[in-house]
Design a protein. Structure first.
Ligand code: PMP
Length: 422
């Protein structure tokens, strides 16, 4: 694959510059967290000049900040294609959003979730009413597993949890198709958009899902802000996720009248600056959508094909090597522990990757076909491309992995409590 010149969007001006004089660090960990966009920094700088607590006063700063907060919500509404009757709730991150939704499920709700999901999507649900579907081996397998589970476990309220893109393999899930199966069975769907939204357009209606969950720090905004967007009825009927100031309309000695809408679940002074940052990121990503996708498609393809072509390197997929992905590749190097691969790439080549099981233990165990109870770590390495990645970084990573696979690390590393040291 030819890696041509990068689209203008990936010029350095889009991202906040790294420390002056730093080595050209090749960040291949965008799937964990992304660097901040310049537009995010500008929006935050501006907001920091005057701010106060939202919805709590008629003072000028408070009113301005309240307006910004609701503008940020409107921007996110548009980013996810929220429909009439959908709510957009600001949370801390995707984990928080899933836990909020789990808290709001009607009492008898049955939940259907594939074991390949990230732990944030797998674990928050009530254990007795959760049906775990095995890690699928193909798209048709996923379809059959879901159809069968929905047929075998009928009920008034049902929720299907679906990843937009796997945080382990980057593969894009057949969301429209699986959501249609859920809808035909009368079940609702929550989409884990954490890995999908940074790369592809999330549109609740077009995808046919009821809720979406996002993390700001994977969308080129800072940590601390996430989103749960979707149908308001379950959210409005539930007791507040964060009971306290802001979530109430009235408190008397006879009881509490809770707010409706997003405020019901956003008790306490909200993270306004985080919401403004996230909204700025959504705006920029949407404005450069096609270029971002093109950049990642080109580099992602080269990365995956390059890794697969190296002797002694294994790459992994759920749905088959040709299945569409966002620019994430998970691999192992024969005979070299994954944490050592990651340490050597960092120490010897200035390359940052992630190693481990990526908070998706069941998924990695299935892909690597390892026994989770056996001795020794069975982990993988994940390289994920984003706006800070260049074609030269990809070539550097491929050359470094080829070197490692052929000759092992350049130094004699020892594993200590602090990790691998020379
Ligand atoms: N879902 C997926 C697919 C993810 O990759 C992650 C983050 N690794 C999460 C959920 C959880 O996101 P956060 O850590 O921001 O809560």
């Amino acid at each position: 694959v030819e890696v041509g010149p990068l689209p203008a969007v990936v010029s350095e001006s889009l991202l906040v510059p790294t420390v002056d004089g730093a080595v050209d660090y090749a960040n291949f960990d965008h799937a964990a967290s992304t660097p901040a966009l310049m537009s995010v920094k500008k929006a935050v700088d501006n907001a920091l000049r005057t701010y106060s607590s939202v919805h709590r006063g008629n003072g000028w700063a408070s009113r301005v900040t309240s307006a910004w907060y609701e503008q940020a919500r409107a921007e996110v509404r548009s980013f996810v294609g929220a429909r009439e009757g959908d709510e957009v709730v600001f949370t801390r991150n995707s984990t928080d959003s899933f836990n909020l939704l789990a808290r709001c499920l009607p009492r008898d709700t049955q939940v259907f979730v594939f074991e390949s999901e990230h732990h944030a999507a797998l674990l928050p649900w009530p254990a007795r009413r959760t049906h775990r579907l095995p890690v699928p081996g193909s798209v048709s397998d996923a379809r059959t597993l879901l159809r069968t589970a929905l047929r075998d476990h009928r009920g008034r309220h049902r929720l299907v949890v679906l990843a937009g893109a796997s945080n382990v393999t980057g593969e894009i899930w057949p969301v429209r198709e699986l959501a249609a199966i859920a809808r035909q069975a009368g079940a609702r769907v929550v989409l884990d958009g954490a890995q999908y939204a940074p790369h592809r357009r999330v549109d609740l209606d077009d995808l046919g899902v009821d809720y979406v969950v996002l993390s700001g720090h994977k969308l080129y905004a800072p940590f601390g802000t996430g989103v749960l967007a979707g149908r308001a009825d379950w959210l409005d009927a539930a007791t507040p996720y964060l009971a306290g100031g802001g979530a109430t309309k009235a408190v008397t000695d006879r009881g509490v009248v809770w707010q409706e809408g997003a405020a019901r679940h956003e008790g306490g002074s909200p993270n306004v600056i985080g919401a403004i940052a996230l909204a700025a990121a959504c705006h920029t990503l949407r404005a450069h959508e096609a270029a971002v996708e093109e950049h990642e498609r080109t580099l992602g393809r080269r990365l995956l094909e390059g890794l697969a072509a190296i002797d002694g390197v294994q790459t992994y997929s759920l749905f088959g090597p040709e299945h569409e992905r966002v620019a994430v590749a998970t691999f192992t190097v024969d005979g070299v522990d994954s944490s050592l691969v990651s340490a050597a790439l960092s120490a010897e080549h200035g390359i940052g990757v992630r190693d481990g099981k990526f908070c998706a233990h069941l998924c990695v165990d299935a892909l690597l076909e390892t026994d989770p109870y056996a001795e020794g770590p069975a982990t993988a390495v994940r390289a994920s491309v984003g706006l800070a990645t260049t074609a030269a970084h990809v070539e550097r990573l491929l050359a470094a992995v080829a070197e490692l696979a052929a000759h092992g690390p350049a130094h004699d590393y020892q594993l200590t409590a602090e990790g691998w040291v020379v």
